[in-house]
Design a protein around this ligand. Structure first.
Ligand code: MN
Length: 324
């Protein structure tokens, strides 16, 4: 972290980016990072390949997240948040590579490839938001109530409302301190989780009807296809929590969520959650993805049936190895 602080002090203008498929942690940590930099008298632009999903646009200054890939913004260094690889920033990676400026990599994924010139990777941190909070402490930059809200949402969403095992006493201490800025936890939770449309719930219904268990009962999987999205008119960005349903089945060790990639025809996005000792980061890595030991993802080319067969075989293999 000290090397990051040094790099922040040394440079004046920063490009901030995070991964495609923006969610609570990437959005919250970027907005808070920008506040920190402005507080230190720096200049910053947040640039992402993806737009902010509709259900996060209520956040203050969400409109300051730019998608202008033709930007002329000159920067001395790029800060990449919540990304195990530079490629996860999508097309922003091309801009960062082309300008040939130092890259500051701040992340909590165990699969992080240390792609930066400065790398601060803490797999014990619940979220990138938790790490940005520590930067506020380390730099003594002023955190506002807005900043506290962004960081609280980053932590809230990445810990599954403090339910996942990346939640530590430190996470709760930080969340407690953030609430001290005058946030109301019930109201925040309602704005983040309870603004679904009827279509989103109908989609959930279709998805739930696909839940299947392997014969051993160790693996439960669920899926969302393009066809289901067409039928319901639901917003795919709100399907983030769907994997919690197969995960919540008693005795399930691995939950897997398959979904059609809407942007890349013929690709299937896959999320994994582990409830036992199985390291799902290893399963995702076998398909070119990654993440954390208990939560990971990857993207595999092929039709759904074929991809499901391959991925389930790999997951079964990981389970068998775990038993020896
Ligand atoms: Mn994260």
């Amino acid at each position: 972290m000290n090397k990051v602080i040094e790099a922040l002090k040394k440079n004046k203008r920063f490009l901030i980016s995070a991964h495609v498929n923006l969610e609570g942690d990437s959005i919250g940590s970027q907005l808070a990072m920008k506040e920190l930099l402005l507080g230190l008298g720096k200049e910053a632009l947040i640039l992402d390949d993806d737009v902010v999903p509709e259900h996060y646009r209520f956040l203050p200054k969400a409109s300051e997240i730019s998608n202008d890939l033709g930007t002329k913004f000159e920067f001395d260094a790029a800060i990449v948040l919540d990304c195990p690889t530079l490629k996860r920033t999508g097309k922003v990676a091309d801009i960062i590579t082309a300008r040939n400026k130092p890259v500051i990599n701040i992340d909590h994924h165990i699969s992080n490839e240390s792609f930066g010139d400065v790398n601060w990777v803490d797999p014990n941190a619940s979220s990138a938001g938790e790490m940005v909070f520590k930067l506020f402490k380390g730099t003594a930059a002023t955190l506002t109530k807005e900043g506290a809200l962004w960081l609280y949402i980053a932590i809230l969403t990445d810990t599954g409302s403090f339910n996942y095992d990346n939640t530590s006493s430190i996470t709760h201490e930080i969340a407690g301190e953030l609430l001290g800025y005058g946030l109301e936890p019930a109201a925040v939770s309602e704005t983040v989780y309870e603004r679904r449309s009827l279509s989103d719930i109908k989609l959930l219904g279709l998805a739930l009807s696909t839940i299947t268990m392997t014969p051993s009962g160790d693996i439960a999987h669920i899926e969302i296809t393009k066809d289901m999205l067409r039928k319901t008119g639901a917003d795919i960005a709100k399907s983030e929590g769907v994997i919690n349903y197969p995960r919540s089945i008693e005795n399930v060790k691995i939950a897997i969520f398959f979904k059609d990639d809407l942007k890349n025809q013929g690709m299937i996005n896959i999320s994994f959650r582990s409830k036992g000792d199985v390291d799902v980061n290893k399963i995702a890595s076998a398909f070119g993805g990654g993440g954390h030991a208990k939560a990971a993802g990857c993207c595999v080319k092929g039709n759904l049936a074929e991809v499901k067969r391959k991925v389930l075989a790999k997951a079964e293999e990981a389970l068998r190895k775990g038993k020896i």
